[in-house]
Design a protein around this ligand. Structure first.
Ligand code: COA
Length: 171
């Protein structure tokens, strides 16, 4: 049985392990820790996937913004997400995204930005951010930079450049 729930203090070490193993490096685990210690952290949107009592996956949504000509629009970054290698390709990542987006909606957020696998996130309704007039703050592959409207048409009429929070520039 797979349970998706908000992280607890006792999950932190395992979240670090999951990210280290899935990404084969330290950067993502460090990013999570920096976000967790920042004002951009949303504890109810740091979610884990538990299988038979073992935490095997994690997804994080945190506060970022879109800078437009007429002001700053709040949005969320989906970053990072990871599933332990031995548990990948079993639908756990998909469940984390679906449940995560549902909770973003329940918690009153309007949109989500992700930089990631262009063949994965569109399954959940993400589209190229460029189609919505949203630009990345650094050069990226167009297909990999995506946006999701939690509230329908939340990004309509908004065009601008995403500004990541400080933790993203600290890794
Ligand atoms: C991406 C990830 C979170 C998906 O979790 P998962 O539990 O395996 O996901 P699901 O079983 O629900 O779906 C599998 C899908 O993930 C996508 N995917 C997984 N690894 C991928 C990769 N290296 N490149 C592109 N897409 C990938 C594919 O769309 C795949 O579908 P397919 O099997 O039909 O090709 C997991 O593979 C992972 O932790 N990868 C390493 C870290 C990472 O890349 N994180 C995401 C950064 S954007």
């Amino acid at each position: 049985m797979i349970t998706i729930r908000a992280e607890k203090k006792e999950d932190i070490a395992q979240i670090t392990t999951i990210n280290r193993e899935a990404f084969n490096g330290e950067a993502e685990a460090k990013l999570i820790q920096l976000i967790r210690e920042s004002d951009y952290f949303l504890p109810n949107l740091s979610l884990v996937a538990e299988v038979d009592g073992k935490v095997v996956g994690h997804i994080l949504f945190s506060e970022i913004s879109i800078e437009t000509n007429s002001g700053v629009v709040p949005t969320l970054a989906l970053a990072p997400m990871a599933v332990l290698p031995t548990y990948q390709k079993k639908g756990i990542g998909s469940l984390l995204v679906k449940e995560g987006l549902k909770r973003c909606q329940q918690q009153g957020h309007a949109s989500v930005i992700v930089l990631g696998h262009a063949n994965f996130y569109p399954k959940f309704g993400f589209v190229k951010a460029s189609l919505k007039g949203i630009k990345p703050p650094f050069p990226v592959q167009d297909e990999a930079f995506m946006a999701y409207e939690v509230v329908p048409d939340a990004l309509k009429g908004i065009s601008g450049t995403v500004k990541y929070s400080k933790p993203f520039s600290q890794i």
